[in-house]
Design a protein around this ligand. Structure first.
Ligand SMILES: Nc1ncnc2c1ncn2[C@@H]1O[C@H](COP(=O)(O)OP(=O)(O)OP(=O)(O)O)[C@@H](O)[C@H]1O
Length: 524
């Protein structure tokens, strides 16, 4: 039989072992060490229950976070979560004030607090010892406690003192854990921002390279003025905008105008041309992926939505989105959140979406190819961009604007455009709109050697009827048109006078359309 002194020494040794363990605990094993230590102490004293409770930062509630129960004793942890402060009135006040609660018997609770007594009885405790835990700046942020469930026990002064040492060590490691968690969070945030910044920089570099000469909107005709008035109106709001218009009418230019006039102008406008991306890549491009999400995903990749956080995302050719991605897009628009491919972590973003299309989305909705709820979400503010043939008055202005833009780059000085040439340009039907006009003028400027613009080989072709409503065309007509232009151009897609230019499409868009229509260059 051990003497009291021997027991005291053995308890002292146990406490010393526990303190040494906490001294070398790392953030990941602290919780395990706390539970183990509570168990060892409870076991040594021969009691049934030990626990640690944490007080919320605003002192409004407390929860049991760690416990040890002797075999056969009930666990109380689930029952004591977010307990409102005031439930154990006297008891909580004592702890918050930094005093120990030493109950050899529940009858030790002051008589003025019968509710405390009743509540503590309900836990099944017979005796209870609670010691406050001190956090940063001496604030009490919890307590550690020992309880008996079968008999009353008189807590000895030595037990209290030695348990207090354990409490202080636990308070210390918890502070360390909190500091480490905060540091890790801060480092993760720095990492996240670094990745975003790097991606943003890369994107902006690409954009700068692509958008040299991205100049103002030219036009004084009534249709373009009405369009610009709408742009002014909607820009300052956060509403989604849907730009509707034929190819090459200036939808992207207007999207940028909306962004530049909005409170988001100091953050980037990020662009995605959905027609230029293979379907399999669109999701990753929009939402990003984590390493290993699929073959080829060799590193984490941030998507365009995250890149545009705080700014604007311009979704060009929105009509090309498949139904699965339409659903995902709708969720981001409604809730501002999504998951990267391969990750279950929800990412929240604050992005304004400006979408554009040259398709007839009403028809697409009727054919169940486009979700009406997405349409109405995007088209909070639809803006029709007029085709060039509806604003011929702007053509002379645009001609001069484009000539001065091109000649600077090509090192020419053109001072006059013959009246007959200007008339031809004004009267042409411009199926490819301003992009086509731009291409025609670029070729003319290249071919002009003097100061008077020479427009050679420019004839009114007949594709205008079909191009009028290219987007709404049944696929077979558009297909035949694409095919005949490709044949006329000997299947040359890119470059001056070749198929993309003649159809008024970007080469990437033409390639996509060829794929959709199953058009392949015949083998020789
Ligand atoms: N009002 C305008 N003033 C000056 N340049 C313009 C105007 N509208 C369009 N452009 C020029 O015409 C070209 C095509 O414009 P943009 O790319 O914005 O058209 P889009 O409607 O987005 O085309 P797509 O539907 O094929 O994507 C660009 O080079 C743009 O700078």
């Amino acid at each position: 039989m051990k003497t009291d002194l021997q027991r005291q020494r053995a308890f002292g040794d146990l406490v010393a072992k526990i303190l040494a363990r906490f001294a070398s605990s790392t953030a990941s094993d602290i919780d395990k060490h706390i539970r183990e230590s509570l168990g060892e102490i409870a076991h040594f004293i021969g009691i049934e229950y030990a626990y640690l409770a944490h007080i919320a930062a605003d002192d409004s509630s407390w929860s049991v976070t760690h416990e040890w129960c002797s075999p056969g004793s009930p666990s109380l942890i689930a029952q004591y979560q977010n307990v409102p402060m005031g439930t154990f009135n006297w008891n909580e006040q004592e702890i918050i004030s930094g005093r120990a609660v030493v109950l050899n018997s529940l009858a030790d609770i002051p008589e003025d607090f019968p509710d405390d007594q009743a509540r503590l009885e309900a836990t099944g405790f017979k005796s209870n010892l609670q010691l406050p835990l001190f956090g940063k700046e001496g604030r009490v942020n919890g307590c550690i406690a020992l309880s008996t469930l079968h008999r009353e026990l008189t807590w000895s002064e030595t037990q209290i003192q030695q348990f207090r040492l354990v409490g202080d060590a636990i308070a210390g490691v918890l502070c360390r854990k909190q500091a480490e968690t905060e540091l890790r969070r801060a480092l993760e945030e720095v990492d996240r921002l670094t990745v975003q910044l790097r991606a943003e920089n890369l994107y902006l570099q690409e954009e700068i390279a692509n958008s040299l000469g991205f100049d103002e909107i030219v036009g004084e005709s009534v249709p373009i003025r009405l369009t610009l008035a709408k742009v002014e109106h909607v820009a300052v709001t956060d509403a989604s905008v849907l730009l509707l218009g034929e190819t090459g009418t200036g939808k992207e230019l207007l999207a940028r105008a909306i962004h530049n006039r909005s409170p988001r102008k100091h953050r980037p406008m990020v662009k995605v041309n959905l027609a230029a991306l293979p379907i399999s890549l669109i999701e990753s491009e929009l939402f990003g992926h984590v390493k290993g999400a699929y073959t080829g995903a060799v590193a984490d990749k941030i998507g365009r939505f995250e890149l545009a956080d705080g700014g604007t995302l311009f979704l060009d050719e929105i009509g090309e989105l498949n139904s699965e991605l339409q659903t995902k897009l709708l969720r981001v628009l409604q809730e501002g959140e999504f998951e990267r491919i391969g990750s279950s972590k929800t990412v929240r973003v604050d992005v304004r979406v400006v979408a554009a299309t040259n398709r007839d989305l009403h028809q697409a909705m009727e054919r169940e190819k486009f979700r009406p709820d997405l349409y109405y979400r995007l088209a909070v503010f639809p803006i029709e961009v007029p085709p060039l043939r509806q604003r011929r008055d702007d053509i002379p202005l645009l001609v001069w604007h484009l000539i001065s833009k091109k000649q600077k780059r090509l090192g020419k000085t053109i001072t006059s455009v013959p009246k007959s040439t200007m008339n031809r340009l004004v009267n042409y039907d411009w199926p490819g709109n301003i992009r086509e006009l731009e291409n025609v003028l670029e070729r003319a400027v290249i071919l002009t050697s003097g100061s008077t613009l020479v427009l050679e080989g420019f004839v009114q072709s007949t594709p205008t009827k079909t191009s009028e409503n290219q987007a709404a065309c049944p696929p077979d007509i558009a297909r035949s048109e694409i095919l005949s232009v490709l044949e006329e151009c000997q299947w040359k897609i890119k470059g001056v006078g070749h198929a993309a230019e003649r159809l008024g499409l970007k080469p990437s868009t033409l390639r996509y359309r060829m794929k959709v229509h199953g058009i392949h260059r015949p083998t020789k």
